[in-house]
Design a protein around this ligand. Structure first.
Ligand SMILES: Cc1cc2nc3c(=O)[nH]c(=O)nc-3n(C[C@H](O)[C@H](O)[C@H](O)COP(=O)(O)OP(=O)(O)OC[C@H]3O[C@@H](n4cnc5c(N)ncnc54)[C@H](O)[C@@H]3O)c2cc1C
Length: 422
């Protein structure tokens, strides 16, 4: 069924128009083509020739839809217009993402797929003009792919300051050695943004070991992709284990200043967490529609599912999960948009609450659909896995709960109560 989008009273005409135009593309272009768009990934029983021709057809349909997104002025909405994006503010993005994510693969079709979107935002903020020309513009144009390489198998990803990958200065070059894993998009990436500890024997950049992001082209000697890590029983994935072994890149590939790496990662993840939650809302909306639609037509034990009270409970609980997750996310986006000092707490709260609510809604939708729910015929099983991963990626639940509690406790220790009215 198409996503049901009508103007929201009180919202600006621009945002309402943006929502309508996004829904038009999703309903007219994405939903009717979902089978073709991602078919090659989903049907393993085809011959080699069939896979190849299906793959070509998928790419063609994707390109056609991307062209329509571009014509509608909706491509790369998170990036400034000068770099080929739509130049939308944070709140407009919030209201747009929940709609575009309703269609399977929506973020890719609108030019905001992770990790490229986060890397592009960081390049906009920290990149030199030369870096923008070389890496950012091709990334936005879809001519390049990228990865973000921070997590290491030997150290806790939930404590990013524990990383040990080193970039040692040698003349005008960095020489990088380190071991990373779960670098998403690693198979296709043309370059990685690698989080390193900078060591400069000349002392020009201050003390050793300061967190620094460095752009590393994937074709550089010493960038060794060990494997695509198999997850959830699949033999492989594009989340890669990579060894950086004596990788030499010029110092002009430093992204931002030496020592700015941690801040840049926080900038990226802060915004990214809101984006992930907005996308999750769109997918929950889709799962909800699929679930309710099914209850209207499926006969079990002499009656429709919609008339069984267990199932009515699923619908009511899913409505509450979706509505509360959505309102929390919009509130967090508003706080970010208004530079509210409590934005950080709100972001951590949605980062915990939304994936869990998403998980519950998809779980109920799968239950309603029975066996079909876990089949590849519906997007629900993929959503289920995505929701589970989101409880780990970009900071596991426990780390965010600690941050929420600390921020709240500080307020009370300072003699103030929490203000829920913002
Ligand atoms: C599918 C997927 C894609 C990813 N993509 C990327 C990517 O593109 N680039 C990248 O760099 N990384 C990526 N990651 C890595 C991800 O960011 C890390 O897995 C995450 O930060 C957790 O780090 P870790 O796996 O080392 O777990 P650990 O840090 O070892 O934590 C394990 C568990 O310990 C618990 N824990 C942690 N701290 C505390 C605490 N203070 N109190 C109580 N409990 C605690 C939590 O339950 C946590 O889940 C990806 C991960 C996945 C699964």
């Amino acid at each position: 069924m198409p996503i049901n989008v009508t103007p929201i009273p009180g919202l600006s005409p621009e945002i309402n128009d943006l929502r309508r135009r996004t829904a038009d593309v999703v309903n007219a272009e994405v939903l009717p083509n979902e089978e073709k768009l991602w078919r090659s990934r989903r049907d393993a029983n085809m011959s080699e020739d069939e896979i190849e021709s299906s793959r070509r057809e998928s790419i063609e349909v994707r390109e056609q839809i991307k062209a329509k997104v571009f014509q509608a002025g909706l491509w790369a909405p998170h990036l400034p217009k000068e770099y080929g994006g739509a130049g939308l503010d944070f709140l407009s993005l919030a209201y747009m993402y929940e709609i575009l994510a309703y269609g399977v693969g929506g973020p890719t079709l609108f030019g905001i797929a992770a990790p490229n979107s986060g890397n592009a935002s960081i390049l906009v903020k920290y990149g030199t003009e030369e870096q923008k020309q070389k890496w950012l513009l091709p990334l936005i144009a879809g001519e390049m792919e990228s990865g973000f390489s921070m997590t290491e198998p030997e150290h806790a990803g939930s404590d990013p300051r524990s990383i040990e990958t080193e970039a040692v200065r040698d003349g005008d070059d960095w020489v990088i050695n380190g071991h990373k894993w779960f670098t998403s998009n690693g198979i296709d990436a043309n370059f990685f943004i690698v989080m390193c500890r900078a060591v400069d024997p000349t002392g020009e950049f201050g003390s050793s070991g300061r967190m620094t992001q460095i752009i590393v082209p994937s074709a550089t000697a010493g960038v060794n992709i060990v494997r695509g890590i198999g997850i959830f029983g699949h033999p492989t994935s594009d989340h890669c284990e990579i060894r950086y072994e004596n990788v030499r890149v010029p110092m002009e590939n430093t992204l931002g200043l030496v020592g700015q790496g941690h801040q840049a990662a926080q900038d990226r993840l802060g915004a990214g967490r809101v984006y992930h939650c907005m996308n999750s809302i769109g997918q929950m909306w889709r799962a909800f529609d699929l679930m309710v639609e099914r209850t209207l037509v499926r006969q079990v034990h002499g009656g429709l599912l919609k008339d069984k009270q267990f199932i009515q409970g699923f619908i009511a609980e899913s409505y509450m999960d979706l509505q509360s997750a959505r309102l929390m996310t919009i509130n967090a986006a508003e706080k970010v948009a208004h530079n509210d000092p409590d934005a950080r707490t709100a972001i951590s709260a949605i980062k915990v609450f939304v994936p869990a609510a998403y998980h519950r809604v998809v779980d109920r939708a799968i239950q309603v659909w029975g066996g079909a729910g876990v089949s590849n015929d519906l997007p629900l099983s993929q959503m289920y896995l995505t929701a589970r991963v989101l409880r780990l990626a970009d900071g596991p639940d426990e780390v965010h709960k600690i941050l929420i509690a600390k921020n709240i406790l500080h307020r009370y220790e300072d003699g103030e109560g929490w203000n829920f009215g913002t």
